[in-house]
Design a protein around this ligand. Structure first.
Ligand code: HEM
Length: 398
């Protein structure tokens, strides 16, 4: 039977926005789009984008019209296979279930919290040997690499190697021009990752713990080795750089408004600061979906077969929900931000990140360095369209 005909207006085309605007100041671009053309085809990226919070959520939740299984994107080549993040329905649920145990609330509180506390103390001891540092290289980067190595069960990998893997995966996934050099580099890194995972899998009975790798290997219905590999890569490509960036954005927000630090100390609660940092600058700014069935949104025809982008960074600044969204303010009433996505693919690591940063790392950092302050507030730059965070964060510790 043929699909019902859907009639709507053509989607407007935006030729004003450039790649450079999206990299340097996406918030200003999205503000304009939310006001004038909330659903629009952006010439600069060749995609239809959704910028209003309701629409972004719908794209993630409405699985009848929007799917993740888009084999036309460079992601499959970049990750050396089809990951759970780009699968739909039962196939997706099966792979998600296989790693869920590591992220269960009981596992977070009974196992991971004390592991993270130990790790944070160790890194703060290292930091205390300095007076001024770039928190990116001296703290956020090693913290992100070291907690994720434990969580994934790959402790023998060096911090540098883990970052080089994450960078290769992300760069490969964004390689829409199918540049051979970029794919050669991601192929090389894929080989390194596969060798590492395969060695651990071969020795699996020796090192079983609560890590993602152990959880997948000991699951009652284990998934194929090919899927264990690609889904480990999702946790690398989607968490290493993002944890670093989210932590740095939050610290920058706090340090540029010291009264808010005092507020958190007085409340003895940093969860609002953690949530506000995630809202303020989403480390993953946008997520793609493929249109499975044509539909009308805001009177416009969204045609079947299009790859569209749901801009969670813009949803988090929607003026209908957030007052003065450009300002960092830990006292906002808790509203759901969309930094971790929504619907069936909602981030599995969101609660873990919030526990690590909101309950362990930030409280310990300000307790250990009460005089922590920005070296030069005007020198903090943010970069990135798809992935975004500060390029450095120079501080005085004493
Ligand atoms: C600040 C840090 C993080 C951010 C901003 C982030 C963001 C996201 C987003 C936006 C998605 C959904 C993508 C989509 O809808 O297409 C996602 C999915 C996912 N994330 Fe995260 N994430 C973070 C940390 C983590 C951590 C720590 C882990 C695990 C160690 C993790 C594992 C995953 C996995 C496995 C998925 C795929 C879920 C699925 O497809 O069912 N993430 N993440």
């Amino acid at each position: 039977m043929s699909e019902k005909t859907v009639i709507g207006f053509d989607i407007p085309i935006d030729e004003e926005t450039t790649m450079s605007m999206l990299n340097s100041d996406p918030a200003t671009v999205y503000r304009r789009l939310r006001q004038r053309t909330p659903i629009v085809r952006l010439e600069a990226i060749g995609r239809i984008v959704f910028t209003k919070a309701d629409d972004v959520r719908r794209v993630k939740m409405d699985t009848e019209h929007f799917g993740s299984n888009d084999v036309t994107t460079p992601m499959q080549r970049a990750f050396g296979g089809h990951t759970l993040m780009r699968k739909d329905g039962c196939e997706h649920v099966r792979e998600r279930e296989a790693m869920k145990g590591t992220f269960e609330p009981s596992c977070l509180s009974s196992y991971w919290k004390s592991e993270f506390e130990y790790l944070a103390d160790e890194l703060l001891d290292e930091l205390a040997t300095n007076k001024t540092v770039d928190l990116l290289t001296a703290f956020a980067q090693p913290l992100s690499a070291r907690y994720l190595k434990k969580v994934l069960g790959i402790q023998d990998v060096s911090d540098e190697q883990l970052f080089s893997w994450a960078t290769a995966l992300i760069t490969g996934a964004m390689n829409t021009s199918l540049d051979k050099k970029i794919f050669n580099m991601s192929d090389k890194k894929n080989k390194e990752m596969n060798t590492c995972f395969d060695q651990l899998i071969a020795n699996k009975n020796k090192n079983m713990d609560y890590s993602v790798l152990s959880t997948m290997l000991s699951h009652t219905h284990p998934i194929e080795v090919s899927q264990i590999r690609t889904n480990m890569k999702i946790c690398i490509g989607g968490a290493v750089i993002e944890t670093r960036d989210a932590l740095l954005s939050t610290l920058y927000g706090l340090l540029s408004q010291p009264k808010q630090i005092q507020y958190c100390i007085d409340q003895n609660d940093w969860t609002g600061a953690c949530a506000e940092g995630l809202r303020w600058v989403a480390p993953i700014q946008a997520s793609p979906r493929i249109v499975k069935k044509s539909l009308i949104m805001r009177g416009m025809l969204i045609p079947k077969g299009e790859t569209v982008m749901a801009i969670q960074a813009s949803a988090n600044h929607d003026e209908e929900i957030w007052e003065n969204p450009h300002l960092f303010d830990v006292r906002r009433k808790p509203e759901d931000n969309q930094t971790f996505g929504d619907g069936p693919h909602k981030c599995l690591g969101g609660d873990m990140y919030r526990m690590l940063i909101g309950q362990v790392v930030i409280p310990k950092l300000f307790a250990r360095f009460p005089a922590l302050s920005l070296k030069n507030k005007n020198l903090v730059d943010f970069k990135g369209f798809a992935f975004r965070g500060p390029t450095s964060l120079f501080v005085s510790l004493v």
